[in-house]
Each structure stands twice: as C-alpha cells, then as structure tokens.
Write a protein that binds this ligand. Structure first.
Ligand code: DGL
Length: 265
C-alpha cells in the first residue's frame, strides 16, 4: 500500500524515531508534523496535549496516512488511547516499545524512567511496565532541563553533565540495571547519561523498538509499501520552519530541504 506513514511530535525530537523507521522501512513515504508552535509539550496539561494531538492526527489523516506514529513521549503518555478511540487507522506510541525493550533487558527487575514532567506525572511508563511484570520496581524522575539543553546544542557540555548528575543522583542510589530514556530528546544525551549512571546500567531508548513495531504492524495488516520507487518525505511545522531545518542533520541524520508551515488552529 503506497499511502504514507504519519509521524508527529511536539517539534523535531521525533525525527530520532523517524530515523529508525527510515532505516528498516526504506520504501515508505512519510509525512512528519512538528508542532513547534506548542513546543514544549512536557509542561502542558493532558487536555491541551489531547487537543493538539487530535488536530494534528486529523490533518495527517486528511493527507491519507495509513498508520500514525505518536513519536512524542508526552503525547503518547497523555493522548494515545484517546487517538486510538477516535481514529480508524493503527496508532503506535513510543511508551510500549520502550517498555518492552527495558523488560527484555532487566536482570534484577529494577528499572528507572526519565522524561518530561508530563510523562513522569502521567505514570504511563510505570503503568505499562507493571502491566507486563508486576514484580518490577520502577523508579521515575522528571528531567525538565534536558530538552532546552539539547535544543541549545549543549549535548556535550559541562553544564549538561552537572545537571545530569543532579537529576540522576537519586536514581543512582536505587540500584537499577536499566534506564528508559522516556523523551525524544534524550537519545542525544545518551553518552552523558550513560557516564553518569555508570557501566552497569543499560540505557534504553524507544526509537528502534518503535520502528520494529511499525514494521510488524505494516506486515500484519498487509499495508507495507512494496514498490521500489524513491520514498517521499514531507515535513510540516506549526511555527517558523527555519529552526526545524537546522536540526535535520542532528536528529534525522539527513538534510531537510523542504518544510512547510501550516496553521491548524
Ligand atoms: N517530544 C517531547 C517528549 O518526548 C519532548 C519535548 C517537549 O516537551 O515537547 O516528551
């Protein structure tokens, strides 16, 4: 089926998820929406996130997507079930894939989760983890400054390391062996977070596992694109596109040439 996959995030962070999808599904057309006018989602209410999410989903559905990927952890935490109820296409979030990969990894049933305030306060990760294994011990911590640090390009700086030390101090005392990066931006801080947590802690991000889930849903529903033509990637944002283009290489590993601004309001 040649219709595109739709992906959305609060901004460009979801491009880390798109990158993994492109790797294992190189023939698929993709429409990506970055809700830059409402970024950050991490500090907003459930009601606002649900409203932004359904507006974007409706726009993407109008553009004939065959499957929707909610690449944002905060939107996955607050709006996934809501979107599934409202839409007639498969909807995939990033929480369950991350949780599956953490459960596969942990040897001592002690898992840490970090994310935005919204994601952590929603308890979405905790609930999803305990649904798989009730014996798990889950320790969560919001790291609100990580997103602006990544957006300022401070992925390797001393200030980021100091803030990581501060945020992760309590998690370090919990003797976890697995840490879920529950935010689109955190894979860019994987090195620093890994260093702070120490070698014994495996740092898991959901992008790869999400891409695998997309693959298997396309196969199960028999909607994978079987043509060999070059795929088309379309990018839309709700605010100034220039900043979005700048981040293409860092998050997606490719230049983003064409980004259209669109007002869904
Ligand atoms: N995309 C968001 C997430 O994964 C991080 C950025 C934001 O707060 O909007 O939770």
């Amino acid at each position: 089926m040649s219709s595109p996959i739709g992906i959305f995030d609060s901004g460009f962070g979801g491009l880390t998820v798109m990158k993994e999808i492109v790797k294992i599904l190189p023939n698929e057309d993709i429409i990506y929406f970055g809700d830059t006018a409402h970024l950050p989602y991490g500090s907003k209410s459930k009601e606002s996130i649900q409203k932004f999410s359904i507006d974007i989903a409706n726009f993407l559905v109008k553009n004939k997507i065959k499957l929707l990927v909610v690449a944002c952890n905060t939107a996955s935490s607050f709006a996934l079930e809501y979107l599934k109820e409202k839409l007639n296409i498969p909807v995939i979030g990033v929480v369950n894939p991350g949780v599956r990969s953490a459960c596969k990894n942990t040897q001592i049933q002690r898992i840490g989760v970090i994310g935005t305030r919204g994601t952590i306060n929603s308890n979405a990760y905790q609930n999803a983890l305990l649904k798989i294994d009730k014996t798990l011990q889950v320790f969560s911590c919001a790291c609100p400054l990580f997103v602006p640090l990544v957006e300022e390009g401070l992925t390797n700086s001393k200030i980021t390391k100091d803030i990581a030390e501060l945020y992760l101090k309590s998690l370090k005392t919990r003797r976890i062996d697995t840490l879920i990066l529950g935010c689109t931006h955190y894979p860019l801080l994987k090195q620093i977070i890994g260093k702070v947590m120490g070698k014994k802690v495996v740092v898991v991000d959901s992008a790869k596992e999400t891409a695998k889930t997309v693959f298997s849903i396309l196969v199960t529903n028999n909607i994978k694109n079987t043509s060999n033509k070059r795929p088309s990637y379309k990018f839309y944002v709700s605010d100034d596109p220039s900043n979005f283009k700048k981040w293409g290489i860092k998050f997606l590993g490719k230049n983003i040439e064409d980004v259209k601004r669109i007002d869904l309001g």
